[in-house]
Design a protein around this ligand. Structure first.
Ligand code: DAH
Length: 340
């Protein structure tokens, strides 16, 4: 057999083997192609190899070299295709596995924000003591935020640097609007619209232009309480706040009153609650000033009352051991998730 014929046989074998390997759809047809072309006993490559032995001595090196190239190439084409088909079968059998004993896929439910949770708990506790929930606007006028609360025009609490005034009118003007700086505004709104007795709480946002740090934020929440009736005394204030504290923090909590001053209460106190070894200041309280009762048309000879205003963030932070108020408003779910 002349060398050219040998080489052309080799070449046509190479191309048919190549296309057989490439077009094999599954491992059976690939195996059939392997036996046909690369089979050790009767494969077509084996037959060509026999021809190689019959060539002239001088032609053998060229023919042998070419033969080896083709053999190597076909073997690696075969291996490649085999790997490819294996991969495809494992992938598709993965897809088909259905194990009914595996637990179902759960998805994470959201939950209320810790401040909202605290507000709900406080409403519940105070509800049991007979207090209903009242609401007031966050955009307030100077009358409800200051004047009716007996805060004089010269009082530093009215300072433009301490309030978010909305109108450009002078802050002495009673039509001036501002974001309320305290929920005590709701005391006035309730008393203006309801005759005594009243027994309400009001929870909501208040605004002060403070620079945010670990304990300050330009917006926070207060819980305001107001009880007006005949013969209400400081003892009532004290027992309500004690019941409130015990219900929220547990039986071992103590409360402490320190003398203070607020324009709308007389006498006024700061309220502390015991916590671990020390005290936490929760807010202010006192007996409603007769001037406030008169301003809303109540008769201070007939009725007396107590009021208090506590910081909701502070209550929530102490309960959960949160040390930075800003965490509450970053809305990072990794933080919020800790308080389900
Ligand atoms: N409104 C006061 C504040 O924001 C807190 C306060 C003090 C509320 C005494 C009251 C009260 O009802 O009686 O600092």
């Amino acid at each position: 057999m002349p060398l050219e014929d040998f080489l052309s046989d080799l070449e046509s074998l190479e191309s048919s083997a190549e296309s057989a390997f490439r077009t094999a759809q599954d491992s059976q047809s690939l195996e059939a192609a392997r036996v046909e072309f690369l089979g050790a006993r009767s494969g077509r490559l084996k037959a060509v190899q026999k021809e190689l032995g019959r060539l002239d001595r001088a032609e053998k090196p060229v023919a042998g070299k070419r033969f080896n190239e083709v053999k190597k190439r076909l073997e690696s084409l075969y291996e490649e295709k085999k790997a490819l088909l294996n991969q495809a079968t494992t992938a598709s059998s993965d897809k088909e596995i259905f194990d009914p004993t595996l637990p179902g896929r759960t998805f994470r439910l959201g939950h209320l924000h810790p401040i909202t949770q605290t507000i709900e708990t406080l409403k519940e506790i105070m509800g049991r003591l007979g207090f209903s929930v009242a609401e007031g606007p966050e955009v307030e006028d100077a009358w409800h935020n200051f004047d009716a609360l007996h805060i004089p025009e010269s009082h530093p609490a009215r300072d433009p640097l301490d309030n978010f005034y909305l109108a450009t009118a002078s802050q002495q003007d009673e039509n001036t609007l501002l974001l309320r700086s305290q929920t005590s505004t709701v005391q006035i709104r309730v008393m203006e619209s309801t005759p005594p007795p009243v027994r309400i709480i009001s929870l909501g946002r208040v605004y002060r232009p403070d620079t945010a740090d670990a304990t300050h934020y330009p917006m926070f929440h207060q819980i305001e309480g107001l009880l007006v009736d005949r013969q209400v005394t400081m003892a009532d204030l004290k027992s309500v706040l004690r019941l409130f504290a015990v219900s929220y923090f547990g039986e071992e909590v103590h409360i402490r009153f320190r003398p203070s001053f607020f324009p709308f209460t007389e006498p006024s106190v700061e309220v502390d609650m015991s916590w671990h070894e020390g005290w936490i200041e929760m807010g202010g309280a006192g007996m409603v000033d007769p001037a406030v009762l008169s301003a809303v048309g109540y008769d201070p000879e007939e009725v007396t009352g107590f009021a208090f205003g506590l910081g909701v963030e502070r209550i929530c932070m102490r309960r959960h051991g949160i040390t930075d108020i800003r965490e509450l408003y970053r809305n990072d779910v990794r933080f919020l998730r800790q308080f389900p």
